[in-house]
Design a protein around this ligand. Structure first.
Ligand SMILES: Cc1cc2nc3c(=O)[nH]c(=O)nc-3n(C[C@H](O)[C@H](O)[C@H](O)COP(=O)(O)OP(=O)(O)OC[C@H]3O[C@@H](n4cnc5c(N)ncnc54)[C@H](O)[C@@H]3O)c2cc1C
Length: 225
């Protein structure tokens, strides 16, 4: 837990100095929707300093219907296509070079001239190091066209989440243990699309929005609009 907290604190400070369009990192309001009260309050309390504005919302403060427990917090969204390209550019500017090649077995690694090797071969490490403990867990994302007006993220306790990226609205999520296939799981895609359609079709006006609307309406009348 100590190591986890140290990593969290380091990441929290480190990513704040990378905020902005160049690295594709920005603060965003996030909503966590649950059917039952959270049973991990200890972890929530420990990481709450890294999630500003954390608060349980009352029913009248949010538009999500069907989820009795809604928590808000602010978090940083990192857009991988932007972030990874920026990292690669920084690496090259600093003098790094990228060479693409395949390693058939460990002996080829041992022939490298470099004194230090980081093994980042992901699932490929299973064959490369004959590590049968490595097993896949397949995840799949579904994208809608970009909608810049969507300015929040949300995740539910029934495996739905939505991140508004600049390259599209990202919808998840799926988790298929021991699944090697890289092809699209059409049933999972349908569940994710139908689940989000139901959730967003079910939006109701919340008290704060209704009050804002009433205030704007009164102002527009007093200006004779
Ligand atoms: C649906 C989904 C959504 C995700 N969303 C996010 C997100 O929003 N943010 C986030 O931070 N993370 C996200 N992740 C997790 C993220 O994708 C992984 O943590 C990350 O890709 C792991 O990176 P890696 O470089 O360790 O491994 P990989 O990305 O698996 O890269 C391994 C590389 O090694 C190469 N390789 C393998 N074997 C060999 C060999 N023998 N010789 C040479 N090369 C080899 C492969 O070709 C590959 O390029 C998501 C994952 C999924 C499935």
């Amino acid at each position: 837990m100590n190591q986890f907290l140290q990593a969290t604190e380091f990441a929290y400070h480190r990513y704040q100095i990378l905020l902005g369009p160049r690295y594709g990192i920005r603060w965003l309001r996030t909503f966590s929707l649950r059917h039952e009260a959270s049973n991990n309050d200890r972890l929530a309390a420990i990481i709450s300093p890294f999630l500003p504005e954390t608060r349980e919302l009352s029913d009248s403060e949010h538009p999500f219907s069907g989820y009795p427990f809604v928590r808000q917090y602010d978090s940083m969204l990192i857009e991988p296509p932007i972030y990874l390209n920026a990292m690669l550019t920084d690496f090259r500017v600093a003098g790094g070079a990228v060479r693409v090649r395949h390693f058939d077995d460990v002996s080829q690694l041992q022939q490298l001239a470099e004194p230090v090797i980081f093994n980042c071969t992901g699932l490929g490490a299973r064959a490369l190091f004959n590590d049968q403990d490595l097993t896949p867990a397949k995840g799949q994302l579904t994208f809608l066209l970009p909608q810049p007006e969507v300015n929040y993220m949300m995740a539910t306790d029934d495996q739905l989440y939505m991140f508004p990226r600049t390259d599209g609205i990202l919808l998840g999520g799926t988790f298929e243990k021991d699944e090697w296939s890289l092809s699209v799981n059409e049933a999972a895609k349908a569940r994710v699309l139908q689940g989000h359609a139901k959730l967003f079709d079910g939006f109701r006006r919340c008290q704060r929005a209704a009050l804002d609307f009433q205030r704007l309406w009164n102002e527009s009348e007093s200006f004779g609009v």
